[in-house]
Design a protein. Structure first.
Length: 381
């Protein structure tokens, strides 16, 4: 590369790294416990015990829905979801279809007896998750962190480009232990950065995708969902009279080897004004992350033509669990945690090296990179 090209990459790396480092540190620190969120939640709030009822058939979704509405008369159902591990159904109701979250009621029911079960309360992991997702700023916070993820990706790519000329006169992975502490940290920063770059890039990109859940879902609704509900017109959400259980049975026949994840009632973000939106997931570790929507008319029970999930929704659905390492069980989570810790060291060392930098123009930095001197741009931002 020419001196001019190296200078351009140096400036890209410098400013993208400076802009996102503090926010990336926050995301890595909060993301570490979130990798083990299920385990921590189970430890902090053990699930309620279920009465032994071997061989007892499950109640219908309609029966459970009736029990939920009896507990909250006059309310409208929003969602019905199913526990992955235990025979439990969760039903969300609210006074109106557009009620605030604080006014919603979330109930858990034993599918066999219909008994209500204690639901988990918000705790420290919910606080950490909200901080990690949007810094308590809603969509604006999500989009801002998405922009930080893009800057992080640019910093990684530019750092890799600069690493080649810097390491031209050094063996790969060299840590010059006999030199200054600053130089030793610089070599560790570069080595750990290269070791974690693929993981960091994957997590950074998937994290950016996760910040676009609302826009992607809105695009899906305007495209696929509008086509499914074509000809039904628009209007206020209907109160469904068709059997929810019959809709679930019809969806199971339409999509074999899948099980329901949740049902969205008319008027909610994942349905139309007059359809039940049934979302089914596959049985394998990969297909369990991909949802197949089936829409059933809430008045007539008619099943709408099946449409596959568009590619952009698939990308979003796959990005969410990949971001936290949820595909490979505990082993993958431990690997994700180790790489997260190494990335924290990379970010922290980069910040340390920048705070202790020598004042020098960019042209001097470029000569130092190509000469392999003590202060390459990979860390001396």
């Amino acid at each position: 590369m020419t001196q001019r090209t190296i200078k351009a990459w140096y400036l890209v790396h410098k400013w993208t790294s400076l802009a996102c480092t503090l926010f990336l540190l926050m995301l890595c620190v909060t993301g570490l416990p979130l990798i083990f969120r299920e385990e921590i939640d189970t430890w902090l709030q053990p699930p309620p015990p279920l009465a032994a009822a071997s061989g007892v058939p499950a109640l219908s979704a309609d029966a459970l829905l009736a029990r939920a509405l009896a507990r909250h008369p006059g309310e409208t159902p929003l969602y019905l979801s199913f526990d992955d591990e235990r025979p439990i159904s969760y039903i969300t109701t609210a006074p109106t279809i557009d009620a605030a979250v604080a006014k919603m009621h979330f109930e858990a029911f034993d599918q066999r007896s219909g008994a209500t079960l204690p639901t988990r309360t918000s705790g420290v992991m919910d606080f950490i998750l909200q901080l990690h997702v949007d810094m308590f700023l809603g969509l604006k916070g999500e989009l801002f962190l998405g922009a930080m993820g893009l800057l992080f990706a640019a910093a990684i790519v530019s750092g890799v480009v600069l690493y080649a000329p810097f390491m031209a006169k050094l063996a790969f992975g060299t840590v010059r232990r006999t030199r200054t502490a600053r130089l030793r940290w610089l070599d560790r920063h570069n080595l750990l950065g290269v070791m974690t770059l693929v993981w960091a890039l994957v997590v950074g990109v998937t994290g950016t995708i996760n910040t676009l859940v609302l826009p992607i879902t809105a695009m899906w609704k305007a495209d696929q969902l509008a086509a499914m509900a074509a000809g039904d017109g628009t209007g206020a959400p209907v109160r469904g009279t068709a059997s929810v259980q019959a809709a679930l049975d019809a969806a199971a026949r339409l999509v074999p080897d899948a099980k329901p994840q949740f049902v969205a009632f008319p008027g909610t973000p994942y349905s139309s004004h007059r359809h039940y939106g049934l979302f089914l997931k596959g049985a394998t570790p990969l297909t369990a992350r991909l949802l197949t929507p089936v829409f059933v008319d809430a008045l007539s029970g008619r099943v709408a033509p099946l449409r596959p999930v568009p590619w952009y929704m698939k990308v979003m659905l796959l990005a969410q669990p990949l971001h936290f390492g949820d595909y490979g069980g505990l082993a993958m989570k431990l690997l994700w945690a180790l790489l997260d810790l190494l990335t924290i060291v990379v970010l922290g060392s980069g910040l340390y090296l920048w705070l202790g930098r020598r004042a020098a123009p960019a042209a001097v930095r470029v000569r130092e990179i190509t000469a392999g001197s003590d202060v390459p741009a990979l860390a001396d931002l």
